[in-house]
Ligand binder design. Structure first.
Ligand code: ZN
Length: 100
């Protein structure tokens, strides 16, 4: 009986389970079985399709944010030579010590 219920869960997972699997897909590659199960569910469930759209939009936003801050860090390094940056940092911390 347990095998039958496992098969049923795989063929027809709950919305809760599908949304959990979709979220897991952000952190790791889903197995073929997981993808098949989610894909089948998506064919008939508009709620889970909407959830997946939102998750994908979020992931894209995070990706953009990460690549922007990476670019900003690189530019800061390119425009400010290390020696100059060290001088500015030590002047700033000296100033903070004096005023604090
Ligand atoms: Zn659903």
């Amino acid at each position: 009986m347990k095998n039958a219920s496992n098969l049923m869960n795989m063929l027809w997972p709950s919305c809760e389970r599908v949304s959990l699997t979709v979220s897991n897909g952000l952190e790791r590659d889903l197995s073929h079985a997981e993808r098949a199960s989610v894909g089948l569910h998506m064919l008939v469930c508009p709620g889970c399709r909407a959830f997946r759209r939102q998750v994908r939009a979020l992931r894209e936003a995070f990706r953009l944010l990460r690549s922007r801050s990476a670019t900003r860090d690189k530019l800061a390094g390119a425009f400010l030579p290390a020696l100059l940056r060290e001088r500015i940092e030590s002047a700033l911390s000296e100033r903070m010590r004096e005023s604090g």
